[in-house]
Structure formats: C-alpha cells, structure tokens
Design a binder for this molecule. Structure first.
Ligand code: SAH
Length: 244
C-alpha cells in the first residue's frame, strides 16, 4: 500500500508563508481535499484531482480522504493556517478508528502558520507572554462554555486570540464577548482586529476595549486581546515578557 495522507496547513494566505514540507506534499499529491476557498488556492495540474467541499462537512471529507489514501492515493487535506488549530487534523483523528486498515496508513500532520501568529507578527508582539486561543463559534460547543472560558482567561490575565469571531448563525456572539471583557477588564485594554492577514485585503486596527465594536470583525478576522500590561510603542503593540 503506497498511499499516504498529509493534513497540511496552507498558512494565512501569502504563498511565502507556506512551509517547504507542505509545498512538497502538495506537489506530490494525486488528490487534494478541503473547504472550497482553501482548495481554490491550489494550482490545478495534470494528475491532480481537486475535491473542494463545503464547510461543516469535515467528517465526510476526512473519511473520503482516508478512503482515497487506503486505495493508494497520495492525498492532502488542506486547512488554512495550521491544520491542528480549529481545523481538519482533529476531524481526521475523530474518524480514524472506524476502519482497522486506516490505522496502518502513513498519516502526517504538516504544521502551518496559524492566523494568530501571523496577526501577532504584523502587530508587533501582543502574544509575547502567556496567551490562549478561543474559537468563538458555537457550532460545536455551547455558548455557556465559550463564555466561561473567556471569563476565566480574562480573570487569569491571559492575552487572547479569538478565532471565528462572527458566525453567520449567531451574529450576537461577539457583542456578548465584548460585554464579558468589559466586565472583567479595564476599558484601556488593547485589542487588535486583524483581517485577512498576509492577503491583499489585509487590514489591522488597534483599539481600546472601550472603542471596540462587533462590526470591526468578520469571519476573515482574528482578534487579539492584550493582557493588562500590553502596551503601544509607536505603531506596534506588544506584551512584555514579565507579568505581576
Ligand atoms: N486553521 C486556521 C483557523 C481556522 S478557523 C488557522 O490556523 O489559522 C477560521 C478563522 O481563522 C477565521 O474566522 C479567522 O478568525 C481566522 N483566520 C484564518 N485566516 C486568517 C487570516 N489570513 N487573517 C485573519 N484571520 C484569519
């Protein structure tokens, strides 16, 4: 059985931020699967079949990829950013145990530059001390859990990164998130709204918690929240390496 499966991160957008090993896997692939806009980033070529699919079809996509690899395909599932951050790697492992022969497959997870790190680098170093990442989408978890994690992270003075800040199905989520932050943090707390980082549509906006509004974000935005020591210097935002 010569097939393999790579679960690869494409990075935040710019080709220069794709890793060498991901580039190599894409070049060797016979089949590439993923959410439509991510597969659209792949150049078609003879011998390569592209399998774009809708989001919310992650488990079906994972099974499809495993079947193709088990049949001898050189298969890549693509995610944006890093495949282990709110993306396809977990979905593959969730179904991997369903067939004995899938467990013997050559499977590799190829890391990528995740949105929060690309955004942080653009802003300066807002994640320069302890931080956490929270997915604000309540597709796969109850809102009460999101709110609890958010509140405890704010109380523990973590810097934070919010992925999926506005889901179409629950547009009020970000307003509720900002309300929790306003209960737990001072109004001067710095937030960076980083949209479409490393693409031609990139836009970074730094505001205080008092100034932040839900309209500053969409689904292409990652929001970075500083801790209480996060500061501006010139055009940069950074979190010091020490905390009290
Ligand atoms: N696996 C991806 C995250 C998938 S969840 C990663 O590691 O980056 C999708 C969310 O990621 C988006 O809603 C947005 O919050 C964030 N995101 C992905 N690409 C981005 C980019 N280029 N700029 C800003 N945020 C991005």
């Amino acid at each position: 059985m010569s097939g393999w499966l790579a679960i690869a991160g494409l990075g935040p957008g710019d080709d220069a931020l794709l890793t060498g090993e991901a580039r190599e896997a894409l070049a060797l692939a016979t089949d590439i699967l993923g959410y439509n806009p991510y597969v659209a980033r792949i150049q078609p070529r003879p011998g390569l079949t592209l399998h774009p699919s809708d989001n919310r079809e992650e488990l079906a996509r994972a099974r499809h990829a495993l079947r193709l690899a088990a049949a001898g395909g050189r298969v890549v599932i693509v995610s944006s950013g890093d495949p282990g951050v709110f993306a396809m790697a977990s979905a593959v492992f969730e179904v991997l145990g369903e067939h004995e022969d899938w467990l013997c497959l050559d499977i590799r997870v190829l890391p990528g530059i995740t949105a929060m790190l690309a955004a942080a680098a653009r802003a300066g170093a807002p994640l320069g001390h302890d931080f956490c990442a929270i997915n604000l989408s309540d597709n796969l978890k109850p809102w009460a859990l999101i709110e609890r994690r958010l509140r405890l992270a704010a109380q523990a003075d973590f810097a934070m990164a919010f992925y999926n800040p506005r889901s179409a199905s629950r547009p009020e989520g970000l307003g509720r998130t900002l309300a929790v932050l306003r209960e737990e943090c001072e109004k001067e707390r710095l937030l960076v709204f980083a949209r479409a980082v490393s693409t031609p549509q990139e836009r970074l906006t730094t505001v205080t918690l008092a100034e932040a509004t839900p309209e500053m974000a969409d689904m292409r935005t990652v929001i970075l929240v500083g801790n209480k020591a996060t500061t501006r210097v010139g055009r940069f935002v950074y979190t010091p390496r020490r905390a009290e």
